[in-house]
Design a protein around this ligand. Structure first.
Ligand SMILES: Nc1ncnc2c1ncn2[C@@H]1O[C@H](COP(=O)(O)OP(=O)(O)OP(=O)(O)O)[C@@H](O)[C@H]1O
Ligand SMILES: Nc1nc2c(ncn2[C@@H]2O[C@H](COP(=O)(O)O)[C@@H](O)[C@H]2O)c(=O)[nH]1
Length: 203
């Protein structure tokens, strides 16, 4: 059978590396990807909108979603739950459309167990100092939260070998171009396999 499902792309990496920035720039250029909006128990930051940036949930609501199997993965990250809604992802892939997740590392590794055919991209900072500067300068975290996110970052960076691609986010336009070329090359691979399959059927 030719796999006519969409491709699941997973962009992951430590907090503050620039995943959201790269994803937003990518989506300004690629209309064919569908972004899966995550659920979280974290409080909204200034300017964040429910249903756009995240679906904001209480802990009870989130735990109910877990127990009902409504998430394809979830993780507790620095004191809050984050998770990916099952229905949106599965339905969109079944419609043949590509889905793009932007999630942290524990969650990405769980997705890998259930969607081994997904394309896993790890974004790394040019250095840990630069990572710290980016989190601090974003101005969204208290000093303690910055510390906890940096501690998590060191462990997360150790997991990069589990990914299909590693992209350095040195300069934003370079990183976006690299992610775009990964998306295009995965499409070419998929088409090549489909063509080989069709040819084999004709023979
Ligand atoms: N290539 C870059 N060069 C300099 N600054 C950058 C670059 N990419 C992102 N930034 C800045 O770094 C900060 C963190 O970026 P962003 O919020 O996109 O990170 P993130 O990985 O999505 O973080 P989190 O996982 O905490 O949501 C932002 O202020 C952003 O403007
Ligand atoms: N495992 C998951 N991680 C997710 C999901 N959505 C976002 N995230 C990641 O959580 C951290 C913290 O995010 P922040 O918005 O509080 O800075 C970051 O690495 C996100 O990418 C998800 O559905 N599952």
């Amino acid at each position: 059978m030719i796999d006519e499902k969409g491709i699941l792309f997973i962009l992951s990496g430590p907090s503050g590396v620039g995943k959201g920035t790269v994803r937003k720039a990518l989506f300004e250029q690629s209309t064919d990807l569908r972004y899966s909006i995550s659920m979280t128990t974290r409080a909204p930051r200034e300017g964040e909108v429910d249903g756009v940036d995240y679906f904001f949930k209480s802990r009870d609501e989130f735990e109910k979603l877990i127990s009902e199997g409504q998430l394809i993965e979830h993780a507790e990250y620095v004191g809050n739950y984050y998770g990916t809604p099952r229905q949106y992802v599965e339905q969109t892939l079944n419609e043949g459309k590509d889905v793009f997740l932007e999630i942290e590392v524990q969650g990405a590794l769980k997705v890998r167990e259930n969607f081994p055919q997904g394309v896993f991209i790890f974004l790394i900072p040019p250095s840990l100092e630069e990572l710290k500067d980016r989190i601090v300068n974003r101005g969204t975290e208290t000093e303690e939260k910055v510390k906890n996110r940096l501690l998590a970052a060191k462990e997360e960076i150790d997991m990069m070998d589990a990914y299909d691609y590693v992209v350095v986010n040195d300069e934003i336009n370079h990183a976006v171009k690299k992610v775009q070329s990964i998306v295009s090359s995965e499409h070419c691979k998929r088409e090549r396999v489909a063509n080989q399959y069709k040819k084999a059927l004709e023979e």
